[in-house]
Write a protein that binds this ligand. Structure first.
Ligand code: HEC
Ligand code: HEC
Length: 390
C-alpha cells in the first residue's frame, strides 16, 4: 500500500527493525522508561517532552546535569541525514545509544541497560521476540552489573569492569544495547507531523488552482513569497521538512551556558567518523551504501561554527529556537536574519546571509507564514508510554 509519506521518510537499511511494529512499540515504551537511567528518574521524555513537540521549552535541559545545547524537536526528525546539531551521528539508532551513556543525561551504561532488559519480565519477552535470545546475563562473572568503555578515563570503575570481560561478551552486551537504540529509533520514525495549511495550499496548486485557494491568509502568502524570494530562506529551509539537512553558520550571538567556542559541524565530522556506532561500523545491519555517505566527508575549516539546518514545521510547539535556545520568539528569529549584524562567535558567516532591510510588516508576514506551518497535533497514542512493551 502506498503510504502518504512515501518518498519523504527515507528507508534505514542500517536498522533491520526500523519499520517493525513490535520494535516500534518496544521503543515507545523505552522512550518513557526511567529504568534506563542511573538514578531511576530520567528518560528520553525528560528533555524531549511530548507536549512541547518532543523538545524542551527551556533553552537548555536538565536531567542528571544541564545540557550544553538546546534540546531539538523529534517530530519529523526522520527526514534528516545527520543527527545532533553538529551531525555527529548518521543514523537515529547511533544517536539513541549516546544519551544513555552520557553522564549528565541518563548516566547509565550498556551492561546496566542489558541487565534491565533481562530482569524486567515484560521487556525480556518483548526483546526476545524481536531480536532473539539474550546472552547469559545471570552469569555475574561474565557480565558485571555496571560496565562500559570509557574512552577518556581508563581508571573509571565502569571501564575497569569492562576490561574484565572477554571480547565476545563485550560484543554480546553491546549488541543488546544497540538493539535497544534500534527500537527507540523505530519509534521515532513514526513521529510525523506534516499536515499544515501550507500542505493544503500545495495540494490546491497540484489540483490546478493557481491562486492557491484560501488556505493561507494574505499576510501568510506575502510571508511565503518573502521566504522563497528575497529572504532566500528556501536556499536552506527546503523540501518537505523545510531543511536541506546540511550545516551552516548563521552568525548567532553568543549565549550563556553553551559552549560558544565549539567548532560545531567541524568537530561533529571528526566525532562521527570515529563513532563506533556510525553506519560503517560493526553494529550496522547494512554497510553497503553507508560508505558513500561517510567517505566523502572531510573536516573542512569552512564547517567551523556551522550547525544543522532545523526543519521549520510546528514551531509554535518548540520555542525557544536555535542550538542554544538563543531566541524566545519567531519575531526575534526573523529580526536576526533581517539585521544580520552579528559577527559569528566562531568561523565565518554563510555568505548569502546579508541584512534584508525588511519593514516590521514584512517581518510580521514572514512570522505569520512560519506559523502557518503548524500541523494538526500528533496522534496522542504516540505521546504516552504504552501500558506494555509488546
Ligand atoms: C538531558 C536531556 C536529554 C535526554 C535525557 C535525551 N536527550 Fe536527546 N537531545 C538532547 C539535546 C540537548 C540534544 C542536542 C545535543 C547536540 O546536538 O549536541 C539532543 C538530540 C537528540 C536527537 C537529534 C535530533 C536531531 O534533529 O538531530 C535525537 C534523535 C534525540 N536527542 C533522541 C533522544 C532519545 C531517543 C533519548 C533517550 C534515549 C534522548 N534523546 C535523551 C537532550 C536530551
Ligand atoms: C544559509 C542557510 C540558511 C538560510 C538562508 C536561512 N536559514 Fe534559518 N536556519 C539555518 C540554520 C543552520 C539554523 C540553525 C542555526 C543554529 O542553531 O546554529 C536555522 C534556524 C532557523 C530557525 C530556528 C528553528 C529552530 O527550531 O530552532 C528559524 C525559525 C529559521 N531558521 C527561519 C529562517 C528564515 C525565516 C529564513 C529567511 C529569512 C532563514 N531561516 C534563512 C540555516 C539557514
Amino acid at each position: 500500500m502506498r503510504h502518504q509519506f512515501d518518498g519523504i521518510i527515507p528507508p534505514d537499511p542500517t536498522n533491520a527493525v526500523a519499520d517493525d511494529d513490535d520494535a516500534k512499540r518496544l521503543g515507545q515504551y523505552l522512550f518513557f522508561d526511567s529504568g534506563l537511567s542511573s538514578d531511576g528518574n530520567q528518560s528520553c521524555a525528560t528533555c524531549h517532552k511530548p507536549e512541547f513537540g518532543f523538545a524542551d521549552p527551556f533553552p537548555l535541559s536538565t536531567a542528571l546535569d544541564v545540557t550544553t545545547r538546546h534540546t531539538p524537536t523529534l517530530t519529523n526528525v526522520v527526514v534528516n541525514r545527520w543527527f545532533y546539531w553538529d551531525g555527529r551521528c548518521d543514523t537515529l539508532w547511533c544517536q539513541a545509544a549516546s544519551p544513555l551513556e552520557t553522564p549528565g543525561e541518563h548516566g547509565t551504561n550498556r551492561l546496566a541497560v542489558a541487565h534491565h532488559i533481562h530482569e524486567t519480565d515484560a521487556l525480556h519477552d518483548a526483546y526476545v521476540s524481536i531480536f532473539g535470545p539474550l546472552p547469559d546475563l545471570d552469569d555475574a562473572d561474565r557480565f558485571p552489573p555496571n560496565a562500559r568503555p570509557v574512552v577518556d578515563d581508563e581508571t573509571h570503575p565502569e571501564h575497569i569492569a569492562w576490561e574484565t570481560m572477554t571480547e565476545d561478551d563485550q560484543v554480546a552486551a553491546t549488541t543488546v544495547f544497540v538493539n535497544v537504540a534500534k527500537a527507540l529509533a523505530a519509534y521515532e520514525r513514526d513521529l510525523i507531523q506534516m499536515n499544515a495549511r501550507f500542505d493544503t495550499l500545495l495540494r490546491s496548486f497540484d489540483a490546478g488552482d493557481e491562486t492557491g485557494g484560501d488556505a493561507l491568509s494574505l499576510s501568510e502568502k506575502r510571508g511565503a513569497s518573502l521566504f522563497v524570494g528575497e529572504g532566500m530562506c528556501w536556499a536552506c529551509h527546503s523540501g518537505p521538512g523545510f531543511t536541506n539537512k546540511e550545516f551552516h553558520n548563521i552568525a548567532l550571538p553568543s549565549v550563556e551556558g553553551i559552549d560558544n567556542a565549539s567548532g560545531g559541524r567541524y568537530d561533529g565530522i571528526n566525532a562521527l567518523l570515529t563513532n563506533p556506532f556510525n553506519s560503517l561500523g560493526a553494529f550496522s545491519d547494512d554497510r553497503s551504501d553507508a560508505s558513500l555517505k561517510l567517505t566523502y566527508l572531510v573536516q573542512s575549516p569552512e564547517e567551523t561554527g556551522a550547525y544543522k539546518t532545523p526543519g521549520l514545521r510546528n514551531l509554535l510547539d518548540t520555542a525557544p529556537y536555535m542550538h542554544g535556545g538563543h531566541f524566545e520568539t519567531l519575531t526575534e528569529v526573523v529580526q536576526h536574519y533581517n539585521q544580520m549584524d552579528d559577527r559569528p562567535v566562531i568561523g565565518h558567516r554563510e555568505e548569502l546571509l546579508l541584512p534584508l532591510f525588511w519593514t516590521d510588516q514584512q517581518v510580521a508576514d514572514v512570522v505569520a507564514f512560519l506559523e502557518s506551518l503548524q500541523s494538526d497535533p500528533i496522534d496522542p497514542a504516540l505521546m504516552v508510554q504504552p501500558t506494555t512493551p509488546y
